[in-house]
Structure formats: structure tokens, C-alpha cells
Design a protein around this ligand. Structure first.
Ligand SMILES: Nc1ncnc2c1ncn2[C@@H]1O[C@H](COP(=O)(O)OP(=O)(O)OP(=O)(O)O)[C@@H](O)[C@H]1O
Length: 528
């Protein structure tokens, strides 16, 4: 039988009626599908710094002293919203908020200001706001912001947990005090912390209570959505005075309304309802940014009400409008010289370069320093490194020097990728292709902050081109402009490169072997 012609002995089922199934559109719950849209335009600002009447004049003055003339969009939408709703805390359940806005768009102030404004009216100290951040560096950064806006203006106490030279015991003494006539009393109003230290206090500090908490802020909230890695959230939930309801029903009408309001912030906030479920949000409200890309229209309702269409655009991350993104295609072995060439030929200053491991951070830093040493045609390049191998003191020192323009290039691991706000970084270089879209968004987000211009350049090897395209795709981006670097451009550095490698090798072999004190002691004992 001819295999191409169907045999008449067989009945062929439904050869003509075959229709390709329509792609199933994901249907999101209403709060995710119909968010309040936050503008990403930080150039044309509409609300002047004294344009939010709910804000205390002292806060406005402090904003002015910092040089702020207008509120950023996320701030002018959130600050009055939170202040107004908090006024109903005693008799109405407050909705929880999720905020997804680009890196550097001013999310920190959008919760710092309303928290201070709300708490300043209370006459006695009581822990009413808890701010949790994934890393110590970020906690320090946010603590400093609170400190600046409170200092000499309001009788509020803010405490940073796990700060320098502060033991758990000392912290306990600053959080609560025992009074024989009243019992335990709170000594602070606001705590800024990482999850680890918070849990220590929840377990071991007698009298430490979250029962009066009005605000629970999870900054960089998408770091906390993995249930298995974040069991501490269950402990926090259990410690709050009132957890429910998650839904407003007839049965819950008689429940006490005094429930902690959760505020979730991130530039890459998950919009997966399953992942958000264990955070036990009540009637959540989403504020999110979207970017109108070329040749695309923002989805609008067919009724013409300008309402976003269900699930069409949520879930895409947005990046600052002022950010220009490029990629450089180059083989792995050419990366060091390509980096050096880009810095020199484009006169790049205040550059942060993300590298995948601390060993690579150290190697690349040494190499750039040596190249600069052998480069007689250019002024010295000031390069330094930040990784977990660098002490906390040196780390803060390098950041300071970098901000003051005393360091040109900082080579670092991902420890600086999230949330860290360093002034005027002009260029971010991604030495390796990131594995996930979130890594990409946060790394490039260290530049082009607060409406300033910035460049992000990713080095892409031929083997990682497809991976990078997938990452861009998942981040809702199309392919990037290619920044061309010819092999012939690198030839000028070849001899320098050979000399630099030789010098590094000689230095490494000449380095006296350091013997630890313990081993020295052991040696002496053996001799005896
Ligand atoms: N209204 C304003 N006017 C001028 N500068 C502002 C204003 N609001 C915030 N900034 C500055 O913008 C910078 C970025 O703010 P912030 O760190 O809050 O960004 P973010 O949205 O939290 O970013 P990320 O997602 O990377 O953490 C900060 O240096 C801050 O001082």
C-alpha cells in the first residue's frame, strides 16, 4: 500500500473539522488584573513638594533640604492614600498594598513619609511599624532614611536591629523595659530589620510584642515569597494581634478591625496569586508601573473607560525611562580587555561591574589595576572590589569613596545588586549574562535612578546569547542595541595584558606564606 494515500479500508476521523485550540489566557483575580497604574515618568512631575496637604510641614522642609522639588509618581499616589486610610484603622479593615515600580523610582519615601506622619500623633512609644528587608546593607540604608526624617522633628524612636557593635542582649534593652507597676513597655516606635534578627527577638526577647503593629512593610518583597525559605513570616503572622479576615464577609463583620496593614514593595513584585497567598493579604490593592513600548498600545477596555484589560500587561517588569541598555557580543577570553577598552575609550567613570563570584571579583580587580599600572597613555584607573570577602568597614569605605568620585570602577558580586542606592552611578556593566530576569532588572537598576540618565551594558558570549534573549523576553523586553567592539580595537592593549598577567603571577608566587597563629603554636609544641 502506498503510505501517502489513505486506505479506503480505514475511516479517518475528523480530518476536516480539526481546529487549533485557542491559547488559554491566564485569568488573574481582579486586584491584579485591574491595578492602579503608576507613571514611570520622573521628568514631568506634577505634584510639588508642598502639594500633599496631609504631610507635616517639618517633613516637607526636610524634603526641600534634600533638594526634592516634586514628588515622584509612586509617592504622590501612595503617601496620601496610606495616610488617609490609616485614619480609619480603629473602625475599618485596611486594605493591604502591593507596589511594583521601577528601580530608583522613590519607593522608600513612599512608605517612610506616611509611616512617620501616622505615628507622630501618638503620645507614648509603642512598636507600631516593622520594616523587613532581605539584607543588612539595605536595612542600614532604610534606617538612615527614617533617621533623617525623624531627627529633631518628631518624638519617634527608630531602631535598626543587628547594627554595628550591638549584641542581642543590648538590643533587648533598647526594645523593651520591665516596669514593676505596668509590666513590659515598648521603647521604640519603628524597627528596621532583616528576618534573621527579627526571629531571634520573637523567640528570645521577653516582652517583645507585635500586637500593636499598624504597619508591616516588606521591602524587596519578592525575596520573601518562597514559602520554604521564609518560615519566619509564619512566626510574624502568628505574633500579630489579629490576622484575619482575608475576605470581608457577613461572618467577619463583627471581627475587630484593628489589623496590621501589610505593604509590599519591589521593582519585580511577583503577580502570581499562589505565591502571594501565604502572605495572607486582605483585599489587596496593586499599584504598578507599565511602560508603553514603541508600536504597542496599552490595553484598554472595549467600553473605552481606559481600564486595563484583564491580565494583559501585569507581570511585566518596568525599568527606568532614562536607562539605555546595550549588549556587547564577545568571546569569553576577550572580556577583560573589552571591559578595559570600553572604560578607556568611552571615558566611563562611576562604573559598577557585576561579576558572578567573589574569586572573579578579586581577579578582575587585580587585572584592571595592573593594566592601568602598565598603561602609560592614560591616567590611572581607580578600581576597587566589594564582595563578602571584604570587611564591613572596608565595604562602607569603598562605597563612600565611590560616591565621592575617588573610585572609578567598583567590581562586585550580586551583594550590591538589589535596592542599594548609590548616587550617580553612570554605568552598570554586567560581566556575565544573568540567569533570571529579576537579576537583570535589579543589577541594571543601580543606574538611571531618580530620573538621572544611565547606561547598562551586558557582555554576551556566543554560548550565552540564547539565554540572554530568553531573559530579556521574560523581562518583557526586545533585543538590545549591540555596542560593537572590534578585535582590532583590543590589539593596542595586548602587550600590556601579557605584562600585567606576568606581574600578577610573579606577585602571587613571591607572596610570603602566612602561617596562622594556631599552626605556629602547633609547630612549636611539636618541636618541644
Ligand atoms: N521626590 C524625590 N525627588 C528627588 N529625589 C528623590 C525623590 N524621592 C526619592 N528620591 C531619591 O531617589 C533615589 C532612589 O530612591 P529609592 O532608593 O527609594 O528607590 P527605589 O524605588 O526603592 O529603588 P530600588 O527598587 O532599586 O530599591 C534616592 O536617592 C532618593 O533619595
Amino acid at each position: 500500500m502506498d503510505s501517502t494515500t489513505p486506505s479506503s479500508e480505514f475511516t479517518l476521523i475528523d480530518t476536516h473539522g480539526f481546529k487549533k485550540n485557542k491559547k488559554v489566557k491566564r485569568v488573574l483575580p481582579d486586584w491584579l488584573a485591574k491595578p492602579t497604574v503608576v507613571s514611570v515618568d520622573l521628568k514631568h512631575l506634577e505634584v510639588p513638594i508642598d502639594g500633599i496637604p496631609e504631610l507635616d510641614p517639618a517633613l516637607v522642609q526636610k524634603l526641600k533640604n534634600k533638594g526634592c522639588t516634586h514628588f515622584f509618581p509612586v509617592q504622590n499616589q501612595l503617601v496620601p492614600w496610606i495616610i488617609k486610610t490609616q485614619k480609619h484603622w480603629d473602625y475599618r479593615w485596611l486594605r493591604d498594598l502591593c507596589i511594583s515600580a521601577p528601580t530608583g523610582s522613590g519607593k522608600t519615601l513612599s512608605y517612610v513619609l506616611p509611616i512617620i506622619q501616622t505615628l507622630k500623633t501618638f503620645s507614648r512609644h509603642q512598636l507600631r511599624a516593622l520594616i523587613v528587608l532581605p539584607t543588612k546593607d539595605l536595612a542600614v540604608q532604610v534606617y538612615k532614611v527614617f533617621l533623617y526624617y525623624i531627627k529633631n522633628a518628631f518624638d519617634l524612636r527608630v531602631l535598626l536591629l543587628e547594627s554595628k557593635n550591638m549584641t542581642l542582649e543590648k538590643e533587648k534593652e533598647r526594645i523593651v523595659q520591665y516596669d514593676s507597676s505596668i509590666g513590659w513597655i515598648d521603647l521604640v516606635d519603628i524597627i528596621v530589620t532583616t528576618p534573621g534578627r527579627l526571629v531571634d527577638h520573637l523567640y528570645y526577647t521577653e516582652g517583645f510584642s507585635l500586637k500593636n503593629l499598624r504597619f508591616l512593610v516588606l521591602d524587596e518583597a519578592d525575596s520573601f515569597t518562597n514559602i520554604l525559605q521564609n518560615e519566619w513570616l509564619h512566626k510574624v503572622n502568628d505574633s500579630l494581634a489579629y490576622n484575619g479576615p482575608t475576605k470581608c464577609t457577613l461572618n467577619t463583620l463583627n471581627d475587630s478591625p484593628q489589623r496590621t496593614q501589610r505593604l509590599l514593595f519591589s521593582a519585580t513584585l511577583t503577580q502570581d496569586p499562589e505565591k502571594l497567598k501565604f502572605l495572607k493579604l486582605f483585599e489587596p490593592k496593586l499599584f504598578t508601573s507599565i511602560i508603553k513600548r514603541k508600536n504597542t498600545q496599552l490595553p484598554t477596555d472595549t467600553t473605552g473607560t481606559d481600564e486595563p484589560v484583564r491580565g494583559d500587561f501585569v507581570g511585566k517588569y518596568t525599568t527606568p525611562k532614562e536607562l539605555k541598555e546595550y549588549m556587547v557580543l564577545c568571546p569569553e577570553e576577550n572580556k577583560p580587555l573589552t571591559l578595559y577598552h570600553l572604560i578607556r575609550s568611552k571615558g566611563l567613570k562611576r562604573v559598577i561591574c557585576f561579576v558572578k563570584s567573589k574569586i572573579e571579583v578579586h581577579r578582575l580587580t587585580r587585572l584592571l589595576c595592573k593594566l592601568s599600572e602598565f598603561d602609560t597613555n592614560n591616567s590611572p584607573l581607580r578600581v576597587n572590589e566589594i564582595s563578602s570577602d571584604v570587611t564591613q568597614k572596608a565595604h562602607s569605605g569603598y562605597i563612600k569613596q565611590f560616591s565621592n568620585g575617588k573610585i572609578d570602577v567598583l567590581i562586585c558580586t550580586d551583594s550590591l545588586a538589589r535596592g542599594i542606592d548609590i548616587e550617580l552611578i553612570s554605568c552598570v556593566i554586567l560581566y556575565n549574562v544573568p540567569k533570571y530576569p529579576k537579576n537583570y532588572i535589579h543589577r541594571i537598576g543601580r543606574t538611571a535612578r531618580a530620573g538621572h540618565k544611565g547606561k547598562a551594558i551586558t557582555f554576551v558570549t556566543p554560548e550565552h546569547k540564547e539565554l540572554f534573549e530568553n531573559v530579556l523576553n521574560s523581562a518583557g523586553k526586545t533585543s538590545l542595541k549591540n555596542m560593537k567592539v572590534d578585535i582590532s580595537d583590543l590589539e593596542q592593549y595586548e602587550q600590556m595584558y601579557i605584562d600585567a598577567l606576568k606581574a600578577i603571577k610573579t606577585e602571587s608566587t613571591q607572596k610570603p606564606k602566612t602561617v596562622s597563629k594556631r599552626r605556629l603554636k602547633k609547630k612549636k609544641q611539636l618541636k618541644k
